[in-house]
Design a protein around this ligand. Structure first.
Ligand code: SF4
Length: 186
């Protein structure tokens, strides 16, 4: 009788000590989960922060958005990386997803969970990780405008990766303000 051993990996001296790829990053979940638990406070803060950033639009314009992009992006990456495990998709939806970053979903789903959430609320692909969409729902229930989670998100535009969502949102809001002024003046 022939034994089928073709796919069996050869034993080596190094045997990982019972950690999964995600288990190694478990520490970062602590802060990510804290952010979701404090989604309401962060929603309040982000609202003020985005208004402040918009007030600085004349300064960004004078310096040139292209010139400030580097430093702003570096700060954004570090702050959001620490608080949300941000992957810098460039089209932030945190305020619509209970402060749970959907880019941490291994399938990068932007509109709710797949059908594989485990009974304990963890991810089917990364069993140590709470499903980002289960957490998104919990976070959204604490937020004033949490029902934004019902808004259908567009697919991720990969061309915006590693760009600043802060600057994009600010420039868009400034353009809309300008347009509204011109329409009002006409
Ligand atoms: S949605 Fe995008 S920009 Fe926002 S935290 Fe997640 S990866 Fe970062």
């Amino acid at each position: 009788m022939v034994e089928l051993k073709a796919n069996k990996k050869p034993a080596t001296a190094y045997v990982p000590a019972g950690v999964s790829a995600v288990g190694r990053q478990k520490k970062s979940y602590t802060i990510r989960l804290w952010s979701i638990r404090h989604s309401r406070g962060l929603e309040w803060f982000y609202d003020r922060f985005s208004r402040f950033f918009l007030l600085l639009h004349p300064l960004w314009n004078k310096l040139g958005y292209a010139r400030v992009e580097g430093p702003v992006k570096a700060v954004e990456k570090r702050v959001k990386g620490l608080m949300f495990d941000c992957r810098m998709c460039g089209q932030c939806v945190l305020s619509s997803t209970g402060m749970s970053c959907p880019m941490n979903c291994p399938k990068q789903l932007r509109n709710g969970p797949c059908g594989g959430v485990r009974a304990n609320g963890n991810c089917e692909v990364e069993p140590d990780m709470p499903c980002v969409w289960v957490k998104a729902w919990e976070g959204s229930r604490r937020m004033e405008h949490g029902d934004k989670i019902m808004t259908v998100q567009k697919p991720v535009d990969q061309s915006l990766r590693e760009t600043s969502a802060w600057l994009r949102v600010t420039a868009q809001a400034a353009a809309e303000q300008e347009k509204a002024k011109q329409t009002g003046a006409a």
